[in-house]
Design a protein. Sequence first.
Length: 105
Amino acid sequence: MTVRQLLAQIDSAELTEWMAYSTLEPFGESVADYRHGIAVAALANVNRDHKRRRAPFLPEDFIPWHESHRSAKPDRGMFVDDPEGQANLIRQLLSAHQGGGGVTQ
């Protein structure tokens, strides 16, 4: 339904009521994402190695677009001044991704 169709079917008062209701009882895709994050965090916490990771997983850890994943400065990637060095770095990364070894610098 478009906004125009919505406004043709309900008045401002009803729309305001729905907005108030959604603050009390949230619904929609963001709630579904969080619900899924809760389930995955529970599964990850049941199976996590407590010696290697003492802190429990949180639902936000499994919602990639959650604000907790935003860093103060954007990732600029890895750049090398020398074009041949940059090409070698890319080859190493591709090789590591395909199981050909680790990245060395």
